[in-house]
Design a binder for this molecule. Structure first.
Ligand SMILES: *Cc1c(COP(=O)(O)O)cnc(C)c1O
Length: 393
């Protein structure tokens, strides 16, 4: 069905669907590595791009392509590329767009490994970079060089929930012929569409909100124009970070309820953020739905809602944070986010342990910061759980 003119929820359920010979109601799993050619000429035509037939699963597969088409439709992009993990997506974008002597500007408070792979690995190939607080455009402008090729934003940033103005940053970057990539994992396409705001590329860890059930790891890249899409797709095919058909099937199933899950979890997140902000043992709370968030107005303009990620610090710092994490019973002490279950974690010793202490502090990731990903459990149960754990401090 052509869903291009349909609403977001119809696209969630039906975009990317295709008719198979048995009339499957949902996208089936094509668990095959390779595809039969009808004859030698057909094989040659597939390789020459004259026939759209499938060749080999690393290059393309009906189940994976159904997911890619769905994601491209949700982000209003030209094409999607599904990969084995969010980090495969991030590193494939870096690999496709950067090379020796080229420069990238990235958000300083960013998913730890998105920074780590640049500092540890791409630096060995002569790629130059600056990680700055992109929520202040002046910091971006100051670091633009003649060889800057990529502005890599994460908004809301992980785990500081700092917000970058995608439209303004894209305008600035485009004046200097710099491509803009946004990691949209924290918001998902339900809350934010970076391509509509001016970005050129979106990356996702599908592991999080899009799949939403904490049972697979996956990633995606969505490009706005055909040239960027083809360029990055070829890098994916050569590097081999493709998704697996079974993994794609699970993501297709998981994403159908994205709106329902996010609506539910962000309703609770708002109430939990308010509860934490008013709690005497809490020093500060960062949540885009609170007036105290430094970019409350920008969040309202750029996002369809505040989302379900909260970070906060206890007055007694990390010791109190540890007591809290050790005493919650319903919230699960685990990294990752965006699933139906509520998770709690400590970035400085967990997700961002790979970032040096200096760089963490500069990025606003204090030692006492605790991150919550709110799930779809009953709000009262979540509040009771946090209350009883806070009482132990
Ligand atoms: C988890 C995450 C990633 C990496 O994704 P994986 O699927 O774990 O490889 C990248 N960016 C953000 C914002 C994430 O939360």
């Amino acid at each position: 069905m052509d869903t291009s003119k349909k609403g977001f929820n119809t696209k969630l359920v039906h975009a990317g669907d295709f008719e198979d010979i048995h009339g499957s109601a949902v996208t089936p799993i094509y668990q095959t590595s390779t595809f039969k050619f009808k004859n030698a000429k057909h094989g040659a035509d597939c390789f020459a791009g004259k026939d759209p037939g499938y060749i080999y699963t690393r290059i393309g597969n009906p189940t994976i392509n159904a997911l890619e088409d769905k994601l491209a439709s949700l982000e209003n992009g030209f094409g999607g590329i599904a990969l084995s993990s969010g980090m495969a997506a991030v590193s494939t974008v870096y690999m496709a767009l950067l090379g020796q002597g080229m420069h990238m500007i990235g958000t300083s408070a960013i998913y730890g490994p998105s920074r780590g792979v640049m500092e540890r690995d791409f630096s060995r190939f002569g790629v130059e970079f600056d990680f700055v607080d992109t929520s202040d455009l002046k910091n971006i402008e100051k670091h633009i060089r003649p060889n800057t090729k990529l502005l890599y934003l994460e908004t809301p940033a992980n785990p500081t929930i700092q917000i970058t103005d995608i439209a303004a940053a894209s305008e600035l970057a485009h004046k200097h012929n710099i491509l803009v990539c946004v990691d949209n994992t924290f918001n998902s396409p339900y809350l934010q569409n970076p391509l509509d705001l001016g970005a050129d590329i979106v990356v996702h860890s599908l592991t999080k909100f899009i799949n939403g059930h904490a049972d697979i790891v996956g990633g995606a890249i969505i490009a706005k124009d055909p040239d960027t899409y083809k360029l990055i797709r070829q890098t994916m095919v050569y590097l081999g970070g493709n998704m697996d058909p079974h993994q794609a099937y699970l993501v297709i199933r998981g994403v159908k309820t994205l709106s329902l899950r996010i609506e539910r979890s962000q309703q609770s997140a708002q109430k939990i953020a308010e509860f934490l902000e008013n709690h005497p043992k809490i020093k500060w709370v960062k949540y885009p739905g609170l007036k105290s968030h430094p970019q409350f107005e920008l969040a309202k303009k750029q996002q369809k809602g505040p989302g379900s990620m909260i970070s906060f610090e206890l007055k007694d710092g990390i010791k109190a944070g540890e007591t809290l994490m050790n005493n919650v019973k319903l919230a699960i002490l685990a990294v990752s986010l965006g699933g139906v279950e509520t998770l709690i974690q400590h970035p400085a010793s967990m997700t961002h342990a790979g970032v040096s202490h200096d760089n963490r502090i500069k990025a606003g990731i204090t030692d006492g910061l605790v991150r919550l990903s709110i799930g779809i459990e009953d709000l009262d149960d979540l509040l009771d759980d946090l209350k009883q754990a806070l009482d132990k401090i």
